[in-house]
Design a binder for this molecule. Structure first.
Ligand SMILES: [Fe+2]
Ligand SMILES: [Fe+2]
Length: 132
């Protein structure tokens, strides 16, 4: 399972905490899938969806506040993921969470954080360096 590591740090603590929580939900989702715990799977995916809604809103507001030039493309990525997560949540009611679903979510989220999120990091931390 992919874990949050310091090289994924955006330098903005609220966002890093939200990213860490994503990986915690993914670990829970992996257990739900491996143990075929249907209701727990529905619960975890629902909580992940709510967490992502809050996280994307926080991130987008911060990017907007600094006039991040690539905001539109970043928002579009979030939108595609939101739609996919919605579909997976509905599917989880009808069937257990598959290993493919866990893999897709882990891969998408870690890839998005490592590439798209780290791309905005310097814009958010300019003039506001993280506390040492
Ligand atoms: Fe993020
Ligand atoms: Fe993002």
């Amino acid at each position: 399972m992919t874990k949050w590591t310091p090289d994924l740090s955006t330098g903005v603590s609220v966002l890093d905490e939200q990213h860490k929580a994503i990986f915690q939900w993914l670990a829970q989702l992996e257990s739900a899938s491996a143990e075929q715990r249907t209701l727990f799977g529905v619960y975890v995916l629902t909580r992940l969806k709510h967490h992502m809604r809050e996280h994307f809103a926080t991130e987008e507001a911060m990017m907007k506040a600094v006039g991040y030039p690539d905001l539109a493309r970043h928002q579009a990525e979030h939108e595609v993921f939101r739609t996919r997560l919605e579909e997976l949540q509905l599917k989880s009611i009808a069937q257990d969470i598959s290993a493919d679903t866990v893999h897709f979510l882990s891969h998408w989220l870690s890839n998005h954080i490592a590439k798209s999120d780290l791309a905005y990091a310097p814009f958010l931390t300019q003039g506001n360096p993280p506390a040492k």
